[in-house]
Structures are given as structure tokens and as C-alpha cells.
Ligand binder design. Structure first.
Ligand code: HAM
Length: 431
């Protein structure tokens, strides 16, 4: 029998302590930010019926990316590739008796059958924040602020990232003016979604393939470069609802910090089908890492798949893989290669083990994260272990009678502590 591979399944990661500490750091920031904005935690199952995603997530997810199988009870199920259909399903159960807006967050792991590459894996964790039942534009602005503040909390600012914004309803209005069929609209959305990844010629060709022409209004639209140009465009074409929404959005974000991050981009339409209004993607500005670390937008009709009254939702998903790349690219990820434990308790002779265990308990009682050697160690060996793991202190027993020695490893300073004063000294030194 050939030996088994030690590597994880393709596109998935093993989290060794360093990576797990990094991930905990990200998750702690996510929870803190969500809670600052009064978002409440929720979670859902790992498996859902494939039908849940078929309803509105879009062909790419269903045809190419979903991990699906038929269970023993003949149900066709999928490992969750995204969280939005689950949150919509859950909100559909409770929205009638819940005060609005409903603000929820979660950090699920998701699986998508993608070609693993930088920023894209098969398993990732995704910070999701969604708000349901908020007045139009205010929900969008709050959600954008949550995402922005999260990144600000890591030390990132508008030198590091930008928020590309569009309104899918404007794209729909342009398509309406083109008088194209629903099928052609669907194809054209996909073409626009890919617009930035291809040359101008290739884009023209794709447009012609989708709708057999290259109309002026579409070219004008794709040429828009700023919110001002967008406003002129929607006014000129008499898209009245869309004009109002964009004006309202600009009015309410003007003179806020958020405005320093917002950039209009006509090619942002999002790959998922449920979005209906303002959509956005947060992009890394670093030339080595030009990719989206977060995507989201407004979806007005998702609850209708459960035969519920419409309840507008807005939200985003922000992935741990892209966030880690972003922070590392900009030197914003702290070093997590060392143990979180502070202190290593060690001794050279068997007779000291009980005292070492007792003093370790005293340290822990005083909130000092302590690792105790479970066997006698020569001093140099103990020092090497403590340094390699990254402890800040070493407590050595048995060097002098009735005393222990506390050594600070980096500065090489040391203090001797009388054993009968140990707890008082620990309190003074570590509190
Ligand atoms: P999405 O754009 O598919 O949106 O994913 C959001 C973010 O998740 C991406 O910007 C990226 O950072 C990360 N991501 C997605 N796929 C992968 C992958 N294969 N590997 C690594 N990272 C990935 C959604 O999923 C929407 N459900 C978000 C949402 C929530 N919209 C409203 N509420």
C-alpha cells in the first residue's frame, strides 16, 4: 500500500499554531467590530439543500463551484458555498416578530470547488454582516462603515484599500433601455462582471456575442469614471429612481470618512444573482495584490424565495484568505510565530517537581499564562526550549535554597524571589 499524503485536501489549509493565532486575531477583530455596531451573532448548518442556492445564487456557483452529494435519505445537499441564502432562510423564520432592522453577523467556513491560487482556495472563512429591514441607503452606508472600520482596526486606511461601488439597478435600467431579453440581460451581467479582466477588444466581442450589437448607451455607461459622471448619465437618461438613490447616497456620505474610500466603478455588478441595488467590492490598492477582499450589496427580494413578504437586506462577505494576504502585503499582520504563553517553569532536579507544579498554579491564578516543564532539564536545554517557543520569562527552581529565579529572556535581567513571598511578588511583577 502506498503511504498516505500528509498534505491537507487540495485548496484546504491545516492551521498550525502560528496560522491559528493569526486567524484568531482576525476573528477577534471581526467580532469586536460587529458588536460595536450592535450586530448579533448567528450560525447555521454546514449542509443545505442545493435548491436553496439554485433559487438565486447564480449559475457559476451551482454549475462549477458547489460541493454537492445525495445523502442517504435521497436529499440533494451541498456544503455551504456562501452564507447569504442561509441567513435569509433564518431571517425568514423570525422576521415577523423581530424589531427591524435586524443586524446579524457570523464567521462560517465555506467550500467552493475553485482552482486554488493566490487569494482563492477551496475552503475559506468569511466574515458576514447583514442588515435586514433598514431604510434604503442607510443600511448600505452602515454596512460599508462596518467593513471599513474592520480594516481601519487592523491599521489600514485609504492608502491601502478602496471601496468600488456601483448600483445594479442602474445596470438593469441600461439593459431596460436596450430592450434586450431576460436571457440576454443575464449574459450581459456576466460579461460586465468580467470586463476588467479582459482587453477592450475582447470586451466588445463578448458584448456582441451576448446581445448581437454594441449600443452607445452601454459604451457610455462602461466609460463612466466617477460619481459625478454617473449622476450626469442617470439624469440624462431619465433614470429617476436611480438618480434619487445615488443622490441620497452621495448626500449622506459626503463629509464622512467613508467618502475617502468610495470610488465609482461601472464594472462592479457582483457574480451572485440576488443583488438588486447598491453593490460594492473592497480592493487592495497594492499593485502586487490587486484583488477583492470583500464583496457585498443590497438584495431586496431574497426572502421571497420562501414566500415571505419582501424584506430588503444588505450585507457583505469578507474572506480570511484575502484579508491575510492584504495585511501581510502591507506589513500589517503582527508576528504570531511565538507562543502566547508568557512563562516557562523549569528545574534541574526531580525533587523540585512538586514545588514547580505548585508555583505554576500560583502564576495561573494570577493570570500569567504558564508552561511547566514536566521533567527536570539542564539549564541550557531549558533556555533553548523557552527561547524557541518564544516565552518572555523563565522561572528556575533549585538554583538557591528557598528562592526561585525569574529571568527575563530578552533583556537577560533576573530577580530572585523568596518562595514564601512568591505570590505577593508575582502580583507586583505581573499586574
Ligand atoms: P463573494 O464575493 O462570493 O460574496 O465572497 C466575498 C469574499 O469572500 C470575497 O471578496 C473573497 O474575499 C472571499 N472569497 C470568496 N470565495 C473565496 C475563495 N474561493 N477563496 C478565498 N476567499 C474567497 C459572497 O459570498 C456573498 N454571499 C457576500 C454577501 C453577504 N453579500 C451579502 N451578504
Amino acid at each position: 500500500m502506498s503511504s498516505l499524503s500528509k498534505q491537507p485536501y487540495k485548496g484546504c489549509r491545516d492551521f498550525f499554531p502560528t496560522q491559528k493565532r493569526e486567524q484568531d486575531y482576525l476573528f477577534n477583530h471581526m467580532r469586536q467590530t460587529a458588536m460595536l455596531y450592535a450586530y448579533e451573532p448567528y450560525d447555521g448548518p454546514m449542509l443545505e439543500l442545493v435548491d436553496l442556492y439554485k433559487a438565486k445564487s447564480g449559475e457559476e456557483l451551482i454549475n462549477d463551484q458547489i460541493y454537492s452529494f445525495t445523502d442517504r435519505g435521497d436529499r440533494f445537499v451541498a456544503i455551504r458555498p456562501e452564507m447569504t441564502p442561509t441567513v435569509a432562510r433564518m431571517v425568514a423564520q423570525i422576521h415577523k416578530e423581530t424589531p427591524k432592522p435586524i443586524r446579524w453577523y457570523s464567521i462560517p467556513n465555506l467550500m467552493r470547488y475553485e482552482k486554488p491560487q493566490k487569494g482563492r482556495l477551496r475552503e475559506h472563512w468569511q466574515f458576514n454582516c447583514d442588515i435586514f429591514g433598514a431604510p434604503e441607503v442607510l443600511g448600505e452606508i452602515e454596512i460599508l462603515n462596518v467593513a471599513k472600520d474592520l480594516l481601519n482596526g487592523f491599521g489600514a486606511n485609504n492608502k491601502h484599500f478602496e471601496i468600488l461601488v456601483n448600483d445594479r439597478d442602474i445596470v438593469s435600467a441600461v439593459f431596460g433601455a436596450l430592450k434586450i431579453s431576460e436571457e440576454q440581460s443575464y449574459k450581459l451581467f456576466k460579461v460586465i462582471d468580467k470586463a476588467k479582466k479582459v482587453s477592450k477588444e475582447a470586451l466588445d466581442k463578448m458584448i456582441k456575442e451576448a446581445i448581437s450589437s454594441s449600443p452607445e448607451i452601454l459604451n457610455d455607461y462602461l466609460g463612466l469614471k466617477s460619481f459625478d459622471e454617473l449622476l450626469t448619465f442617470v439624469k440624462k437618461n431619465k433614470f429617476e429612481d436611480q438618480t434619487k438613490r445615488i443622490q441620497n447616497f452621495l448626500e449622506k456620505t459626503k463629509n464622512t470618512d467613508l467618502a475617502n474610500y468610495l470610488v465609482y466603478d461601472p464594472t462592479i455588478v457582483r457574480g451572485l444573482d440576488y443583488y438588486t441595488g447598491i453593490v460594492f467590492e473592497i480592493f487592495d490598492k497594492h499593485p502586487d495584490n490587486r484583488r477583492a477582499l470583500c464583496g457585498g450589496g443590497a438584495y431586496a427580494n431574497l426572502l421571497q424565495i420562501f414566500n415571505e413578504q419582501p424584506l430588503p437586506g444588505v450585507g457583505f462577505g469578507l474572506g480570511d484568505v484575502t484579508l491575510t494576504d492584504f495585511l501581510k502585503t502591507h506589513g500589517l499582520m503582527p508576528d504570531f510565530s511565538k507562543t502566547h504563553a508568557t512563562l516557562f517553569v523549569t528545574y534541574t532536579e526531580e525533587k523540585d517537581i512538586e514545588e514547580a507544579l505548585r508555583l505554576s498554579q500560583v502564576l495561573r491564578k494570577n493570570n500569567v499564562s504558564t508552561e511547566t516543564s514536566l521533567q527536570p532539564l539542564k539549564f541550557n536545554k531549558a533556555l533553548k526550549i523557552a527561547q524557541k517557543k518564544g516565552h518572555q520569562y523563565m522561572l528556575v527552581l533549585g538554583e538557591k535554597d528557598n528562592q526561585v529565579s525569574l529571568k527575563e529572556l530578552e533583556s537577560k535581567r533576573q530577580v530572585d524571589i523568596a518562595i514564601n513571598q512568591f505570590e505577593e511578588e508575582v502580583k507586583k511583577l505581573f499586574n
